[in-house]
Write a protein that binds this ligand. Structure first.
Ligand code: ZN
Length: 146
């Protein structure tokens, strides 16, 4: 799923999809579906991946032209069927992308970046007023260890 990877990064989890194919009273072919997936999404705070469960329910109307798509009731998302072929994987990938949350964050306790590090208040002041925080001193110490 390259487009999903573009949106959410490479994934190695599984998605579960249930699809129910039906023909409605107007003779339209429709797919009622549900999907759940465990994705790895980047925490916006520490930029490391975190598991995120996504879930989506959808109702698709299969159409063979854009004109027919325009006729669909608003409850249905149109999917274009060409030459009697429906690219189901692409449809499911679309639904996964649509179900992605805008931003995700770790719970504070689990995040690599704590709230203290984010706040520019006390922590920064202490660092600048502490003695012997000369970066070259630190560098010397590092070199001495190797
Ligand atoms: Zn985080």
């Amino acid at each position: 799923m390259p487009r999903l990877a573009e949106e959410a990064g490479a994934q190695d989890g599984h998605a579960q999809v249930w699809l129910d194919f039906a023909i409605d009273a107007q003779g339209r072919r429709e797919i009622r579906g549900r999907l759940t997936a465990e994705l790895q999404l980047l925490c916006r705070r520490c930029l490391s991946p975190m598991p995120q469960a996504v879930e989506s329910e959808f109702l698709l109307g299969m159409v063979t032209s854009d004109a027919l798509a325009a006729d669909l009731p608003s409850t249905h998302e149109p999917v274009l069927v060409e030459n009697e072929q429906l690219n189901l994987l692409a449809v499911i990938e679309d639904e996964l992308i649509l179900s992605l949350p805008q931003v995700v964050y770790h719970d504070e306790a689990d995040c690599a970046v704590s709230r203290d590090q984010l706040s520019s208040g006390d922590g920064a002041e202490q660092a600048s007023s502490a003695p012997s925080k000369n970066p070259f001193e630190v560098l010397k110490q590092l070199k001495g260890k190797t």
